[in-house]
Design a protein around this ligand. Structure first.
Ligand code: DC
Length: 229
C-alpha cells in the first residue's frame, strides 16, 4: 500500500503524514528531508551549488536511512550520522530548492525512495510523489492551505511555547509568507518534476480544517481502497 501526499511548504503534509502512518500502521517517508540532507552535505563539503555534476555524484553516493522515531519529526541519518536537526536550519532552507532542482540529484533520491517502498507499506510525502515517484500509488492526496495560514503555522511551530510579542510575531509571519511563496514558485516552475497535483489526486485544502478532519478524509480514501482490494 502506498499513500502519496504532495503539496507546498507548510501545508501540514509532515504532520498529516506522520499521524496517518501511525494510524494505518505504515512507515512514513519524508522525501523533503532527503533533499534537505543532500543540501546539507553539499554545504558541508563545500560543493558549489552550480556544480550539478558534483551534486548528482554526491546524491548517488549518499546512504540515507530513517531510524525508528517516536516523535512527529522524522529521524534521518546520512552514512550513519544523525542529521535530523541540522537539515532544518536556515542555511539548508536557503539552499534546498536549488539542490532539489538538479535532475541528477532527483534520480538518486527517487531510486532510494522506490527501494524504501519495496519493503514497507508507506505514507510518502513530498512534491512529486503522486506524479513521478509513485504514479501508481493506491491513494493520492494533494494538500494545500493558503499562504498566510501556512506561514502562521510554520512560525508558531518554530517558537513552541515561547512566542515573541504580537508585533514581532506578525512581522515574522509576513517574512515567512514571502519566503514560502518564493520557494513554492521555484518548486512549481522548475523543469524537472515540478510541484503539481497528479490528475487523479484528491485535493484537500487544510486552511479551515482541523488535523483530525484531514486525517479522517485520508482514512476514508484508504479504507475505500482496502475494501476494493
Ligand atoms: O517539504 P520540505 O520543505 O522539507 O522540502 C524541502 C525542499 O525539497 C523543497 O524546496 C522542495 C524539495 N522537495 C522536492 O523537490 N521534492 C520532494 N519530493 C520533496 C521536497
Amino acid at each position: 500500500m502506498i499513500v502519496a501526499i504532495d503539496g507546498p511548504a507548510g501545508s501540514g503534509k509532515s504532520t498529516i503524514a506522520a499521524l496517518a502512518a501511525k494510524r494505518f500502521g505504515m512507515r512514513k517517508l519524508d522525501t523533503g528531508a532527503m533533499y534537505r540532507s543532500v543540501a546539507l552535505c553539499a554545504l558541508d563539503e563545500g560543493i558549489d551549488l552550480d556544480d550539478t555534476d558534483a551534486l548528482a555524484e554526491l546524491a548517488h553516493r549518499m546512504e540515507i536511512a530513517f531510524p525508528p522515531s517516536d516523535g512527529e519529526n522524522v529521524r534521518i541519518t546520512v552514512n550513519g550520522k544523525d542529521v535530523s536537526n541540522e537539515i532544518r536550519t536556515p542555511r539548508v532552507d536557503a539552499a534546498v530548492s536549488r539542490v532539489a532542482a538538479v535532475p541528477g540529484v532527483r534520480s538518486g533520491m527517487v531510486a532510494q525512495q522506490r527501494r524504501f517502498a519495496e519493503n514497507h507499506d508507506v505514507v510518502a510525502e513530498g512534491r512529486d510523489i503522486g506524479t513521478v515517484v509513485f504514479p501508481h500509488a493506491d491513494v493520492k492526496v494533494f494538500l494545500t492551505a493558503d499562504p498566510a495560514e501556512r506561514a502562521r503555522r510554520r512560525v508558531l511551530q518554530r517558537h513552541g511555547d515561547h512566542l515573541p510579542d504580537a508585533k514581532a510575531l506578525e512581522a515574522e509571519i509576513a517574512e515567512t509568507k514571502a519566503q514560502i511563496e518564493a520557494r513554492d514558485a521555484y518548486d512549481s516552475n522548475r523543469a524537472e518534476a515540478p510541484l503539481k497535483a497528479a490528475e487523479d489526486a484528491h485535493l484537500i485544502d487544510s486552511s479551515s480544517q482541523t488535523i483530525d478532519e484531514v486525517l479522517d478524509a485520508i482514512a476514508a480514501l484508504v479504507q475505500s481502497v482496502q475494501k476494493d482490494a
